[in-house]
Design a protein around this ligand. Structure first.
Ligand code: ADP
Ligand code: TRP
Length: 328
């Protein structure tokens, strides 16, 4: 059976981008693959060096994974920092990673630009830690959104470089997995770019109905099309992309026809979109609250996951130590 690994950093609540970019695939994949889904708390230290409440943030993501339908009986759900073998593999991978290639990673350059006072070594070596997460369980597939393509490329480089340096065929090159074969980028509602926590434009799975409505009604639009069947400007395209993701195809087709016929009323479209997003989020929101009140169960899930993930990681580290040539 093929193996799947993926994780999300605990830096806030999950939003629609996280769900449709990653978590939706988790739920599908757990049915047919050997899955490891984790909470990337070490990764969060690269940008949040003084996490206000790390334990609570980890609990939040755990509840949200479960509320979305990630099933601890089917998948191994764990907290990254419970698996102490990961930093050992990270150390070995760092020995074979070059500063130049790490400095060229787009997301690194972007983070340096955003936060020039916190260019730490952890940020630079983010791709080697991510690679360690993935290859420690010999993942074949990694469900992620489009923004992770370059990190995935790096993970493949580091895996094959390890094999090359030590003259083995040990690690596989992991491939990205996209729900419908196509990389997903859920847009934000502010007219451009992707939905993201740091972009401040996210609709969270735990948002209540009024919050969702307020956010959607504020979305950027324009004065409307001036020609039949005209190409949509980015902000409008984003609104349609969201509708394509959360609404029924017939709803999407209806508003798309309205646009093409120059009869579109953005207010109506937004009301429908808000209602459809709420219909999607409401049951998840309820389950989040239920899990949040059940610390005992959450602890059990995390313990069970840690045990399984450590066993898998331990086996890899024993092989790796042997391959590199450490004495026992
Ligand atoms: P954020 O950008 O909000 O900080 P993360 O970087 O923690 O979110 O992303 C966690 C996962 O969710 C990754 O697999 C990422 O590719 C995916 N993801 C995040 N935002 C989006 C988006 N707007 N569209 C598609 N996937 C996304
Ligand atoms: N880099 C991913 C993100 O920002 C999180 C992550 C860390 C990850 N390690 C991973 C994703 C391993 C997939 C596999 O969203």
């Amino acid at each position: 059976m093929q193996t799947v690994v993926s994780g999300i950093r605990p830096t806030g609540n999950l939003h629609l981008g996280n769900y449709f970019g990653a978590v939706k695939s988790f739920i599908k994949m757990q049915e047919e693959y050997n899955c490891f889904f984790f909470i990337a708390d070490w990764h969060s230290l690269t940008t949040h060096p003084h996490p206000d409440n790390l334990r609570n943030n980890v609990k939040t993501i755990l509840c949200e994974y479960l509320a979305c339908g990630v099933d601890p009986e089917k998948a191994t759900i764990y907290v990254q920092s419970d698996v102490k073998q990961i930093p050992e593999l990270y150390l070995y991978l760092n020995m074979n990673a070059y500063i130049g290639e790490l400095e060229r990673v787009t997301s690194f350059k972007e983070k340096v630009r955003q936060n020039p006072n916190n260019v730490n070594a952890g940020l630079l070596t983010y791709p080697t830690l991510m690679c360690a997460d993935i290859i420690i369980h010999h993942a074949d597939k990694v469900p992620v959104g489009k923004d992770q393509e370059q990190n995935m490329e790096m993970a493949r480089h580091f895996a094959s470089r390890f094999n090359q340096i030590y003259g083995v065929e040990y690690f596989k090159e992991p491939e990205s997995f996209y729900f419908n074969q196509k990389a997903v980028k859920v847009p934000g509602l502010d007219g451009s770019g992707k939905m993201g926590k740091s972009e401040g434009n996210a609709i969270y799975l735990c948002d209540d109905e009024a919050t969702i409505r307020k956010k959607v009604m504020k979305a950027v639009t324009d004065a409307g099309p001036t020609q039949m069947n005209q190409e949509k400007p980015e902000a409008i395209r984003n609104l349609f992309t969201l509708m394509e993701i959360v609404s029924e195809p017939s709803t999407y087709d209806y508003f798309n026809d309205q646009y093409n016929n120059m009869a579109i009323r953005y207010g109506d479209m937004k009301k429908q979109l808000a209602a459809d997003i709420n219909a999607f989020c409401a049951p998840i929101r309820e389950r989040i609250l239920e899990y949040q009140a059940n610390d005992e169960f959450l602890q059990k899930v995390a313990n069970m996951g840690a045990e399984k993930a450590c066993a898998s990681a331990q086996k890899t580290l024993e092989d790796v130590r042997e391959i590199i040539g450490f004495h026992r």
